[in-house]
Design a protein around this ligand. Structure first.
Ligand SMILES: [Zn+2]
Length: 250
């Protein structure tokens, strides 16, 4: 099992870790700061620094899967294509420094948090979501048209208002009793421990709540940090789907 340090602190850029296994799909560590692709959010890239100056470029990270294709609690660090020589020198038990490409991850955190704001601006069910460093898109299940400029202005307002994000937790039982809390855009947080992580934007008790949902993704601490995002495109994907595409302001 890989301890997922990014869930308690999304701002960790590196950590020391021990190599548990090296398999065809990637390297499994006992702990990591690498977020594995999931919930529409791209996996992290970066590097592993090992003994004697060993350096392995990591192109992606994924959840490991068991023989039935179900995700396990292991996280695979997928090496870049040309890393065979460095990989051959790596051994289980080695201590490495796992370091993410922070600039790329920070963009993913900013876009991911912006998709929570979009859920507030467009209070409709979500059919799908994809978050990359270059763009993010969210598919709303709806038939009414959406106004690109109004959404961009709404995002700019929520970013400027500098709302703090609050990480909390509810029990599995509370979540089961409130199924409406789960929007399909959320990165489903791991269940089974009895507690599910929640993300709240805006005050809890003052009626100013902006978004509240269980989510296992990586977020910025304050909406101010999202910076200048724009709705670059709105597409009618189907009769019942409106796709909102976010980009960085030019
Ligand atoms: Zn989230």
């Amino acid at each position: 099992m890989t301890q997922d340090l990014f869930r308690s602190d999304a701002y960790l850029r590196e950590c020391e870790a021990k190599v548990l296994r090296i398999e065809e799909g990637g390297i499994v560590l006992d702990r990591t700061v690498f977020y594995p692709q999931g919930g529409g959010q791209a996996g992290d890239s970066g590097s592993l620094g090992g003994p004697n100056g060993l350096a392995i470029a990591i192109a992606d990270s994924r959840k490991a899967k068991d023989e039935r294709g179900k995700p396990t609690a292991d996280i695979l660090h997928v090496p870049a294509p040309d890393q065979e020589a460095a990989l051959a020198a790596l051994r289980p038990g080695d201590t490495v420094v796992a370091r993410i490409d922070w600039e790329r991850r920070h963009k993913l955190m900013r876009f991911h948090t912006a998709t929570h704001l979009l859920c507030h601006l467009v209070p409709q069910p979500v059919d799908g979501c994809s978050i990359t460093p270059e763009y993010a898109r969210l598919d709303f299940h709806m038939t009414d048209p959406l106004d690109k400029d109004a959404l961009t202005a709404g995002l700019a307002r929520l970013v400027a208002e500098a709302h703090a994000l609050e990480v909390g937790a509810i029990s599995d039982a509370e979540l089961d009793a409130n199924p409406a809390l789960v929007k399909s855009m959320s990165v489903q947080p791991p269940r089974g421990s009895g507690q599910v992580r929640t993300i709240r934007i805006g005050g809890a008790d003052d009626g100013a709540r902006i978004d509240y949902q269980p989510c296992g993704g990586t977020h910025v601490a304050n909406t101010r940090e999202i910076g200048a995002v724009v709705v670059s495109k709105i597409e009618k994907k189907s009769a019942h789907t409106r796709r909102v595409v976010l980009g960085w302001a030019a």
